[in-house]
Design a protein around this ligand. Structure first.
Ligand SMILES: Nc1ncnc2c1ncn2[C@@H]1O[C@H](COP(=O)(O)OP(=O)(O)OP(=O)(O)O)[C@@H](O)[C@H]1O
Ligand SMILES: [Mg+2]
Length: 613
């Protein structure tokens, strides 16, 4: 590993040092000559006390050099010796060494304090830090400085499981970020540690969505966000069904999944219109119920859909009717397969607890960024429910982003204006475990313009490549990338490439002379500039992980790497919330009950034909 680069010697300071050195050297020589001549009056008057001007010995040498050879010979020899030692020292200080280079093979180096300040991660003197926590850095005095990023750009973190992502990145961020947040909370641990501070001190409405819970969860019906009756309705439903029929995020590989897409689009629209006619909002459990109604044969649903009058002026809604007609046109066994595939995507909503939690909405997605107060939404999934709930979480995350991107960005004085009142941090731990979410691949580049900042956390690059492919555009759309000691070599290789290459100077010593001679007649040093990674993959694999005691508690933070686009990489250290008395206090506040924005009385979306929204 190449260490932090030594500061380059300051040329001005070097010139002053040389000048002072010369004055002192000549001064000493002059005083020596004066004392050898016993301060004879012929030498002239001293400058101050017994001291003569420093250069005087040169004048005396001109005048008296002829008669007093030996004194000046001694002085000249001393001077020559001192000058050559000085020159040698200068060469050593400013000459070639491993840290100094001209960079022909790469200029990678670890960021200095000034360079970190230039990234904006360290506040300028006298300013307070703001934004999400991306790690820590020890300054020259070994004090831990927090690194925070407050720009609109996104952040990606790559760190293995149990390495302290929660305690080092997520918890400190949630205990300080004042704006809205959507965070997935695998074990409700974030809710327990941070909801109280976010509610009491940051003035957020805090909501816990825990779909498998019998109590204490807000409800959220993703179908309530469909702009029924507008020109957007089919597109909105298709976007939702695309996620519904691809529960793992692996794409529509299956023929049945593809064919059930069109049928489900029609069925969802039909159920929404039917419920609206009853003054209600349809939900996914309603769709599941319609497809497997114990009181009627499925054919009656198809005929009902064909004969619908949900179109404009009570005409037939063609999307709904043709979805059912397609089904009736299929041979019996194929029709049965499409139906059973469609029903399999809805089986989760037959769980009465899940059904209850998605049957209505306690908030609208727009509230997250436009309510009076900022809002924090914790998406809780218990470990035992992780796989079962994945399709619902995919659906909700996809719906959140798509709905928040609906408004147009307006321009004032040529500057784009975020269309929402509050900023939103979308903090997704285990991000690739949701499979491929097309909306991230498509929209990550421009959601920052809407005031949405993504903080995506993943275990390693293979996990991300598994979901989004090797040519993913997720990390390239993240301005800040951070990594703890990885445990997979592909991640280490990727990081090593990101750290970059440095030019180092390699010293070769060659000797010549007789092999068994008393003295080597020639010793020569040659220097080669060579390129090497600032950190090799192997060195990255050996970065320090957090040190833990026998009870699995972290007793010392591990190393980390922080990359900000366009800046030198930072060799950082983890910033653990429990070692900070302020965060520890914030985390201990008593856990609140979930808020609810009581939006359930807001029924179906009302389309405004003037705005088309
Ligand atoms: N207050 C604390 N003091 C010391 N160590 C702690 C404390 N709280 C948690 N830890 C330790 O932190 C480690 C886990 O940290 P964290 O949950 O942030 O990891 P993670 O990377 O998010 O893991 P996971 O993949 O399980 O989500 C564990 O070793 C745990 O014992
Ligand atoms: Mg965690």
């Amino acid at each position: 590993m190449i260490g932090a680069e030594r500061p380059k010697p300051d040329r001005k300071a070097l010139a002053i040092a040389v000048l002072i050195g010369l004055i002192v050297l000549n001064g000493v020589a002059t005083q020596y000559v004066a004392s050898r001549f016993a301060h004879h009056p012929a030498l002239g008057a001293p400058l101050i006390g017994p001291l003569y001007p420093p250069w005087e010995w040169l004048i005396w040498q001109q005048k008296f050099g002829g008669q007093t050879h030996s004194v000046f010979r001694t002085v000249s020899a001393g001077m020559a010796l001192a000058l050559s030692c000085g020159l040698f020292g200068l060469l050593a200080a400013s000459g070639r060494n491993a840290e100094r280079h001209e960079g022909i093979h790469g200029t990678a180096h670890w960021a200095s304090q000034a360079e970190i300040e230039a990234t904006g991660l360290l506040p300028k003197k006298g300013r307070r830090g703001e934004g999400v926590y991306v790690g820590g850095w020890r300054d020259e005095r070994k004090r831990l400085r927090y690194l925070r990023h407050n720009g609109p750009e996104h952040v990606a973190a790559i760190a293995p499981t149990r390495s302290g992502k929660g305690v080092g990145l997520v918890v400190p961020t949630l205990l300080s970020w004042p704006h809205s947040v959507v965070v997935n909370d695998q074990k409700a641990e974030l809710w327990n540690l941070t909801a109280a501070w976010r509610k009491k001190e940051a003035g957020n409405a805090v909501m816990k969505f825990d779909p498998g819970a019998s109590s204490g969860s807000v409800s959220f019906n993703p179908l309530e966000e469909i702009r029924l009756g507008s020109l957007h309705e089919v597109g909105d439903v298709q976007n939702l069904v695309t996620i519904l029929v691809d529960p793992e995020g692996k794409g529509l590989v299956d023929h049945w999944a593809k064919t059930s897409h069109a049928f489900l689009t029609g069925a969802v629209l039909h159920v929404l219109y039917k419920k609206r006619a009853e003054g209600k909002v349809g939900s996914l459990p309603d769709v599941a119920g319609a497809l497997s109604d114990p009181d009627q044969r499925i054919e009656s649903l198809y005929f009902e859909m064909i004969a619908n009058s949900w179109g404009e002026g009570e005409k037939t809604h063609s999307t709904i009717a043709s979805a059912a007609r397609d089904m009736l046109n299929r041979p019996d066994d194929e029709r049965g397969s499409v139906l059973s595939t469609a029903m399999s995507f809805l089986s989760l909503y037959r769980d009465p607890l899940v059904a209850r939690n998605v049957a209505r909405s306690d908030f609208k997605v727009g509230d997250l960024m436009n309510h009076d107060r900022p809002v924090t939404l914790y998406l809780v999934v218990r470990a035992e429910d992780k796989d079962r709930m994945r399709p619902l979480m995919r659906l909700i995350i996809n719906q959140l982003v798509r709905v928040l991107l609906r408004p147009e960005i307006t321009f004032v004085d040529g500057r784009p204006q975020a269309p929402h009142k509050h900023r939103l941090l979308l903090m997704l731990d285990e991000f690739p475990s949701y499979g491929k979410l097309e909306v991230f691949q498509e929209a990550l580049a421009y959601i920052a313009g809407y005031g949405i900042k993504a903080y995506l956390i993943m275990q390693d690059m293979s996990q991300l490549w598994g979901a989004y492919g090797k040519d993913e555009s997720i990390t390239s759309n993240c301005h800040v990338r951070i990594a703890y000691a990885p445990n997979r070599v592909e991640t280490a290789e990727w990081l090593s490439r990101m750290v970059g290459t440095a030019t180092i100077v390699k010293e070769d010593i060659t000797t010549s002379g007789r092999r068994f001679g008393a003295v080597l007649t020639q010793v020569s040093k040659t220097y080669h500039q060579v390129s090497r990674p600032l950190l090799t993959a192997d060195e990255i694999m050996r970065l320090k992980s957090p040190l833990k005691d026998s009870g699995d508690l972290i007793i010392e933070p591990g190393d980390m790497l922080i990359f900000v686009a366009g800046h030198a990489p930072i060799f950082g250290t983890q910033s653990l919330y429990f070692r900070d008395p302020v965060f520890s206090e914030r985390a201990k506040l008593p856990v609140p009950a979930t808020d609810s924005l009581h939006r359930s009385q807001i029924l179906a979306f009302q389309w405004d034909p003037k705005t088309g929204e």
